[in-house]
Design a protein around this ligand. Structure first.
Ligand code: HEM
Length: 545
C-alpha cells in the first residue's frame, strides 16, 4: 500500500481506495452531473488573497488538468502552517470549554475568528483530529482540483460507527473509494437527470400547496405560526417522500400518522445529538456514554422507519404492484448492481440528508424574507408575473423566476447551513505557500468566505439582487455559492431535488402570504447544520391579490 493510501486510511479508517496521487486530475467524474465550479477568483485587494495563479477550469473542459507547481524553494513545510498550538493529545479542545471562549455549537464563528487571526490557511487539532482550514477561494480551488476520481470526505464518525456496530452498509454518505463510486453511479442515474427531477415538480407543488393551506390552522391570534419549524419539517419529509418512496407519507394530514410523527421526532433528536458527538473525543467508542445511548436510540428508530418504507416497496415489487421502474426506489431495487441491503442504506441516508437540510434552509429563507420587506415584495411581484393565481408551479414558471433563485443563494450566503466542506487529500499540494501533505483533512471555511467584505460587500445584509445578472458579479465569485452543495464528483446528489422543492415552496408561500417578523433577531447555532437558535416566530398575513 502506498504512503498516501496508508495516510488516508489512518485518518478516515475503513477501506479507502484512492487514485495514485499524481498531480493530474481527471475531470470525467466531475462531468457526471455538470455541476462543477470554478473558484479561481481574482479579487486582489483582500489581504488574504495569495498570489493569484491563473489556472481556470472551464465547465466544458474534459480530459486531464495539470496544476502549476509552486516554486519548490519557496514552499514551506506543513509544520510551518500557522494555527493555535493546543496541548499534547487534547489539541485545542479546552479552548471550546472556557468561559466566553469558542464554542462547538458556533464552530462556523470559530473558523472565521481563527482565519482572521491566522490567515488564509491555518491548522487546528481537536484530540486526534487535525483540520486544515482554508478561507481563500482561490487557494481552496487547488483542493478541488486535487480531489481525484474518488473524493474522500471525512466520515461523519458517530454515524459511521453506529452503522458498523449495527452491521449495516455504510450508505452513500460515509462509504469511500470504489464502493462509494459503485453506489454513487447507481443512484445518480435515478436522481440527477433533469427530466427525472422535473417529473416530481407536480407532486411537490401539491405538497407545497397543502403546506400553505395548513398554515392558517397553526396560526395564533397574531397570525404567527407556533411550531413553524415543525410544520416545515413535515413539509420537507412529505415532499421528499414523493420522490424517494413514490408515495404520500401522511405528514400533511391534520393529524399526521404516528409513523410520520415518530420519524420527525427521532430525526431531529438524532441531528441534535450528532453535533456534540462529532466534536468531542469519541469516548463512546470505549464505553456507551449517555449521549451515545440516546443517539443510538434515535438512530435505531430512524433506520427502522426508513427500512419499513423499503420493505413495503420490496413487497409491492414482488407482488408486481409497482410498474414504474424509473421511479426512484423501484429503480434502485430493480438495479442488479445493488443489493436490498445497499438500497436500505442508501434510502435511509437520503432521507436523513434530505429533511433536516431542506427544512432548515426553508426556515432561514422565510426568516430573511420576513425581515426584508423590499426583497419580499420583489419576489412576490416576480411570482405574480410568472405563475397564474391559483396555478401550479411548473418547471417553466420556475425558469422565469431568477430573483427566487437569488433569494435562495443569498440565504445560503448568509446562513450556509453546511458551513464547511470536507476532503481528505489524495496527494500533497501547495496551499498559500505551504505544503499540505496527502491524508490531511482540508476544509473550506464557507461561513468566513461568505462574510468576507472583500468578496461580498456589505456581507451582513441580505441582498438577493447581488446574484442577479444585472449586478454583473464576477462569474468566478458567483460560482462560490455552489460550495454549499460541496463540489466535484461528490457534490450533494440531492441538489437538484432540493432546489426544486425549495423554489416551489418559497414561491407558494410568498404568493399567498405577506411575511413579517416582530421579535428579537435569532442567532445561528450548529445542530450538525446551521439552524436558528430559537423558534422563529414569523407572522403570516394573507396577501391581497
Ligand atoms: C438545502 C439542502 C441541502 C444542502 C445544503 C446539502 C448539502 C450537501 C453537502 C455540502 C454535501 C457534501 C458534498 C461534498 O462533500 O462535496 C452533501 C452530500 C449529500 N447530500 Fe445533500 N444537501 C441538501 C439536500 C439534500 C437532499 C434533498 C438529498 C437527498 C434527496 C441530499 C443527499 C445527499 C447525499 C446522499 C450526500 C452524499 C453524497 C456523496 O457522498 O456522494 N442532500 N449535501
Amino acid at each position: 500500500m502506498s504512503r498516501v493510501s496508508k495516510a488516508v486510511q489512518r485518518l478516515v479508517g475503513g477501506s479507502v481506495q484512492l487514485t495514485n496521487g499524481q498531480r493530474a486530475v481527471s475531470t470525467s467524474a466531475r462531468a457526471e452531473n455538470s455541476l462543477s465550479i470554478d473558484l479561481d477568483i481574482g479579487v486582489k485587494q483582500c489581504p488574504f488573497r495569495a498570489t493569484m495563479e491563473s489556472f481556470t477550469l472551464d465547465r466544458e473542459e474534459s480530459g486531464s488538468l495539470s496544476i502549476p507547481e509552486a516554486n519548490e524553494s519557496t514552499v514551506q513545510p506543513f509544520d510551518a502552517v500557522p494555527g493555535p498550538k493546543g496541548l499534547p493529545f487534547l489539541g485545542t479542545l479546552l479552548d471550546y470549554f472556557k468561559k466566553d471562549g469558542l464554542r462547538f455549537s458556533k464552530m462556523f464563528e470559530a473558523y472565521r475568528a481563527r482565519s482572521l487571526e491566522y490567515g488564509p490557511v491555518y491548522k487546528e487539532r481537536f484530540g486526534p483530529v487535525e483540520m486544515v482550514v482554508i478561507s481563500d477561494p482561490a487557494e481552496y480551488s487547488k483542493v478541488m482540483r486535487a480531489e481525484g476520481k474518488f473524493p474522500v470526505r471525512r466520515e461523519m464518525e458517530p454515524m459511521a460507527y453506529d452503522r458498523t456496530q449495527k452491521g449495516m452498509d455504510m450508505g452513500l454518505v460515509n462509504s469511500q473509494g470504489e464502493e462509494w463510486h459503485r453506489q454513487r453511479t447507481a443512484v445518480s442515474k435515478h436522481m440527477l437527470p433533469l427530466q427525472t427531477v422535473a417529473q416530481f415538480c407536480q407532486p411537490m407543488d401539491t405538497v407545497a400547496e397543502e403546506f400553505t393551506q395548513k398554515l392558517p390552522l397553526a396560526m395564533d391570534s397574531q397570525g404567527e405560526v407556533k411550531g413553524l419549524e415543525q410544520e416545515i419539517f413535515k413539509w420537507a419529509m412529505e415532499s421528499i417522500g414523493t420522490f424517494l418512496f413514490e408515495e404520500r407519507i401522511g405528514c400533511m394530514e391534520t393529524k399526521p400518522s404516528q409513523q410520520a410523527q415518530d420519524f420527525i421526532h427521532h430525526l431531529r433528536s438524532y441531528f441534535k445529538l450528532m453535533q456534540p458527538l462529532m466534536y468531542n473525543l469519541p469516548i463512546y467508542k470505549l464505553f456507551p456514554t449517555q449521549k451515545w445511548r440516546q443517539y443510538q436510540f434515535h438512530s435505531d428508530r430512524v433506520i427502522k422507519i426508513g427500512q419499513s418504507f423499503v420493505d413495503k416497496k420490496v413487497d409491492a415489487l414482488k407482488k408486481g404492484e409497482v410498474g414504474n421502474t424509473s421511479a426512484f426506489l423501484s429503480g434502485l431495487l430493480s438495479n442488479d448492481n445493488l443489493s436490498s441491503r445497499d438500497v436500505t442504506g442508501i434510502a435511509v441516508d437520503l432521507l436523513m440528508a434530505a429533511v433536516e437540510t431542506t427544512s432548515t434552509a426553508t426556515t432561514w429563507c422565510l426568516y430573511n424574507l420576513a425581515k426584508n420587506p423590499e426583497a419580499q415584495s420583489r419576489l412576490a411581484a416576480e411570482v405574480k408575473a410568472a405563475v397564474p393565481q391559483g396555478g401550479e408551479i411548473t418547471t417553466e414558471s420556475l425558469a422565469q423566476m431568477p430573483y427566487l433563485k437569488a433569494v435562495l443563494k443569498e440565504t445560503f450566503r448568509v446562513y450556509p447551513i453546511t458551513y464547511a466542506t470536507s476532503r481528505i487529500l489524495p496527494s500533497d499540494i501547495e496551499v498559500a505557500g505551504y505544503n499540505i501533505p496527502a491524508g490531511s483533512h482540508v476544509q473550506a471555511n464557507l461561513f468566513g468566505m461568505f462574510r468576507d467584505p472583500e468578496l461580498f460587500p456589505d456581507p451582513e445584509s441580505f441582498k438577493p439582487s447581488r446574484w442577479l445578472r444585472e449586478a454583473k458579479m464576477d462569474p468566478k465569485l458567483k460560482s462560490l455559492s455552489n460550495l454549499v452543495w460541496g463540489h466535484g464528483a461528490r457534490m450533494c446528489i440531492g441538489r437538484r431535488i432540493a432546489e426544486q422543492e425549495l423554489h416551489i415552496l418559497l414561491a407558494k408561500v410568498v404568493q399567498k402570504f405577506e411575511l413579517s417578523y416582530h421579535h428579537e433577531d435569532v442567532e445561528a447555532i450548529l445542530n450538525t447544520v446551521i439552524t436558528p437558535d430559537r423558534p422563529v416566530q414569523i407572522k403570516f398575513t394573507p396577501r391581497n391579490l
